[in-house]
Design a protein around this ligand. Structure first.
Ligand code: P6P
Length: 300
């Protein structure tokens, strides 16, 4: 349903700003609101979830008693990268599913604030040249392509494994002046300034799901570090970093905030942000090692 709206953007009145800012302080696009409403209408009343939490809503949405709250918790970013919608760049829906921790009835914030390590399932749908669903339930990562002629997702890429060392590095280099010395050194290494040992190609789309998906398949490392303006980074832990970290680890990759594995971070707020380093395991380890070495020296 969301793919249907995204693919008709420009033909039906779904482009442009909705005229409201969300809890993130970001101007909501019409498609953000449509995607969010679609997720709620499709899932909230199925009896499977007790609470839903969205990037677009300040508070969790507890499922009312009369709609038989279920045993799962759904955290989602209904349409990530929506600033890219009007320019036809790939965007994505990201979801994270936990088992509830409260006994029964409408779910609570406590049900939402669980470590990523406890996820039951996680995944995303990328609306790119085709619509691809990538998910894991802890038994590998599998990709399905939507065949719009039959309205079904068909399995095209079972048991995805991401290369140990990747082809790409992804970071917004316009923030160079705000990075720590460690991240500056990492990017110099990836550019092959002094030696080509760690040289990689640069690819940065500015749409997390698109950057992540490319690196998952081709190998690579995506970095959105904390910096002098964003001390906790920009990306959100619960419905962006955590589900993608589950996918990355299940595909043989890694994800951390630069020090702690994303899946081991105990959330304290629904929309809390985290620095994110995610992708090929060897590349993530290289970045963690280099940043630790350089910044510890700089700190002395
Ligand atoms: P920047 C899109 O707005 C988003 O949330 C992610 O999809 C993307 O990776 C990131 O922000 C891009 O942020 O600061 O590089 O423009």
């Amino acid at each position: 349903m969301i793919s249907g709206y995204v693919r008709r953007a420009g033909l039906v009145d779904v482009l442009g700003a909705f005229g409201r800012t969300n809890v993130q302080g970001e101007e909501q696009q019409k498609l953000d609101v449509i995607a969010n409403d679609t997720m709620i209408q499709s899932i909230a009343y199925t009896g499977r979830v007790c609470v839903m939490a969205s990037e677009e809503d300040a508070e969790p949405f507890p499922i009312p008693e009369e709609h038989n709250p279920g045993k799962y918790v759904l955290l989602h970013d209904p349409l990530d990268g929506s600033s890219n919608i009007d320019v036809n760049v790939s965007i994505g829906t990201i979801f994270s599913i936990h088992q509830r921790v409260t006994e029964s009835g409408p779910g609570t914030l406590e049900d939402c604030l669980q470590k990523g390590r406890g996820q039951i399932a996680a995944g995303y749908v990328i609306h790119g040249s085709s619509t691809v669903l990538v998910y894991t339930v802890g038994r590998g990562v599998h990709a399905f392509t939507l065949d719009p002629t039959i309205g079904e997702f068909l399995l095209v890429n079972p048991d995805i494994k991401t290369p140990e060392i990747g082809k790409y590095y992804s970071i917004n280099e316009s923030y160079y002046q705000r990075w720590s010395d460690g991240y500056r050194r990492v990017v110099q290494e990836f550019k092959g300034v002094e030696s080509t040992e760690h040289r990689k190609n640069a690819r940065y789309i500015g749409s997390l799901v698109a950057d992540f998906h490319r690196n998952l398949l081709s190998g690579g490392v995506f970095m959105y570090p904390a910096d002098s303006k964003a001390p906790h980074g920009k990306l959100r832990l619960l419905y962006e970093a955590s589900p993608l970290a589950f996918i990355a680890e299940q595909a043989g990759g890694a994800a951390s905030d630069g020090v702690t594995p994303i899946l081991d971070i105990q959330p304290t707020e629904l929309h809390q942000r985290t620095p994110l380093l995610i992708g090929s395991r060897g590349d993530v380890a290289f970045v963690e090692r280099t940043v630790a070495e350089v910044d510890s020296v700089a700190a002395k």
